[in-house]
Design a protein around this ligand. Sequence first.
Ligand code: ADP
Ligand code: MG
Length: 265
Amino acid sequence: MTVTKAGKDTNAASVMVEVRSVRKSFGPLEVLKGVDLTVAAGEVTVILGPSGSGKSTLLRIVNHLEKADAGWVSVGGALIGCRRSGDKLYELPEREVLKQRTRIGFVFQDFRLFPHLTVLENVVEAPVWALKRPRDAATASAVALLVRVGLADKADAYPRQLSGGQRQRVAVARALALEPGLLLFDEPTSALDPELVGEVLDVIKDLARRGTTMIVVTHEIGFAREIADTVVFMDDGRVVERGAPDDVLNAPRHARTKAFLSKVL
Ligand code: ADP
Ligand code: MG
């Protein structure tokens, strides 16, 4: 039996994310060279790797912000952006893709809040528009989410009035407002001053403890060790190494993983 840090038995749990043989090029540059990845429901996967190794592109393909040239991705059992018929894959219409995307939360390095909306409005708008939730219900849930990320007193503030750490916590609350089955984080603390990193990591740790399925790209190795059920090391468009944090971080098998860790640790 394999048990996640949040105490879920992943053998009994279903697969939440499956990435198979995914390739992606930008012009002549092949950025993903055949990537496979499996994430069980309730599992936290941390992706490490040098800049340019394809981590963001992989996350963007999982969320269908980018289309793979080859291979496929499934989230929660449904193929992302396409449907299978026999051996053939057919693209889904944009409307269907947008619907699929509402089940996936994405937190970016640079927050991407709506600057003209208050903190509360930032969290309320997504479920009202994307899930057609009644505004009162969405507002009640948003208030509860702001309490959870420690920002209840900032509900009426505008993003420009917040610190980077507070903005990123709003972005997490906004992602959670869609009640996603999967949360993706792309270097959520890289744009923050060092003293603000901890408050954002604490919010993500809380989600991990609740058994939220997450893929987190980060350079915070101590954090990875603490929350990851699985660590994936990527380099040059490939998954080089994958395993339990103790194995990959303490006893990496590949020279490239060792070289990377010796630089960031
Ligand atoms: P990482 O997140 O690991 O730093 P990325 O996935 O962002 O890596 O990028 C991998 C490579 O793909 C980089 O060389 C980057 O410059 C290139 N790349 C990413 N997105 C685009 C794009 N939209 N157009 C052209 N090149 C891109
Ligand atoms: Mg990146």
